[in-house]
Design a protein around this ligand. Structure first.
Ligand code: SF4
Ligand code: SF4
Length: 381
């Protein structure tokens, strides 16, 4: 079932808390209908001072610029893209969407994880500027950090400072799906407070350590944007026709230390569903939906914590393989899945499992790692 086929439950109130999945579905049916575009709601992105819409635009899955443009026409003013999305074409889609209104929109993009030298990072930004058809990037982020080391690299800082002196980038950020608490805490502990913001995997399945790190960051003036708010966005029959998407978004935004979320919006239906959340509050019914949904996807959803990796004798990057699999199976984006999987060194990909024998890697959340690695091998072959 595709996401747009689900019903939304945003308008159900506290009464939903006493309902089971079937009753919730019935109530949702009555509550469903065309979703209006809401008045935009803004929060400030830490010390950048940028006032951005709490539901901003994650462009990674959006093939049509018109979808992004419609959001912008209704007040959304922050777009998150990256060099690697859509095989390098995503920034071009964003360029078409912002044509003629560049000064009304804040654009965030990313330097690829494999670009480690000063020259490579600068070349990435120059390429992004050309693709986005703009003379500056509002927020440039180091893509996909998994630990604290990279935050302190002098060569990286030199490159970013040079780009800022040249007026090509305004603010610095990082993104993280793994070890989020360590990465965010390192930004706070950095005596130079070099980075202005972080794009962080944050959802109703996240641990207390991530929540606390986000609170520290907000306190320190480091803006927090939430991604992967849908905990994989897997489809499940457990909720019948109810969509958990609005509830999951509301959960992330109910944390006032989060400035905004950037859900990926593929088409107009997803856009309407997501931006309708602006101005809504998390209800007891939402919490119930998230409980049912979380239980239903528990055997599929990888927290990308990386804790299993020390139990794999061959050093397979299990969390990244699982993220690639999620892009393929849930996000329905084979391109992104391949780009992510392609970034793993071959000796640390799922191919390294061949001939390993019995899998000794252990998931702290009970996922069947061997099965996931086998599926990834099959899909990425
Ligand atoms: S089968 Fe399991 S233990 Fe063996 S390499 Fe793969 S993930 Fe590691
Ligand atoms: S497979 Fe399990 S332990 Fe490994 S990253 Fe995913 S959730 Fe963490």
């Amino acid at each position: 079932m595709k996401r747009r086929d689900f019903l939304r439950l945003g308008v159900l109130g506290a009464a939903g808390a006493i309902l089971g999945p079937a009753e919730l579905a019935g109530a949702a049916k009555k509550a469903s209908g065309p979703l209006p575009f809401p008045a935009p709601v803004y929060r400030t992105l830490g010390r950048t001072g940028l006032k951005i819409t709490v539901v901003s635009f994650g462009a990674m899955l959006t093939p049509e610029p018109e979808v992004i443009r419609t959001a912008l026409d209704h007040g959304v003013n922050y777009i998150d893209t990256a060099r690697v999305y859509m095989g390098g074409r995503n920034e071009e889609v964003v360029a078409k969407a912002i044509k003629g209104i560049r000064n009304k929109v804040h654009v965030a993009t990313k330097i690829r994880s494999r670009s480690r030298t000063k020259e490579a990072m600068i070349e990435d930004v120059e390429t992004s500027l050309r693709a986005l058809e703009t003379d500056h990037i509002d927020v440039i982020q180091l893509h996909s950090l998994t630990g604290r080391e990279r935050i302190f690299e002098p060569e990286m800082r030199e490159a970013l400072l040079r780009l800022r002196r040249q007026g090509k980038v305004r603010f610095f950020g990082v993104t993280t799906h793994t070890n989020e608490a360590e990465v965010v805490n390192a930004l706070v502990d950095d005596p130079d407070r070099f980075f202005d913001m972080a794009l962080v995997k944050y959802n109703f399945r996240s641990g207390e350590d991530v929540k606390k790190a986000i609170a520290r960051a907000a306190q320190a003036g480091i803006g927090i944007v939430a991604m992967k708010t849908q905990a994989g966005g897997y489809t499940t029959d457990a909720l019948g026709p109810i969509s958990p998407h609005q509830a999951a978004l509301k959960w992330a935004l109910s944390d006032r230390n989060v400035t905004a979320a950037v859900p990926g919006m593929r088409d107009m239906a997803e856009l309407r569903e997501d931006i309708a959340v602006m101005g809504m509050r998390l209800t007891l019914a939402d919490s119930l939906i998230l409980r049912y949904y979380g239980a239903a996807v528990a055997s599929q959803y990888c927290h990308m914590c990386g804790k299993c990796e020390e139990t794999c004798p061959r050093g397979v990057q299990i969390s990244v393989v699982n993220r690639s699999l999620m892009y393929a199976e849930s996000y329905r984006s084979p391109e992104l899945a391949r780009a992510t999987y392609g970034g793993i060194p071959p000796q640390a990909s799922a191919a390294a499992c061949l001939g390993c024998g019995r899998c000794t890697a252990r998931c702290v959340n009970g996922l069947d790692i061997a099965a996931k690695m086998a599926r990834a091998r099959e899909m990425m072959a």
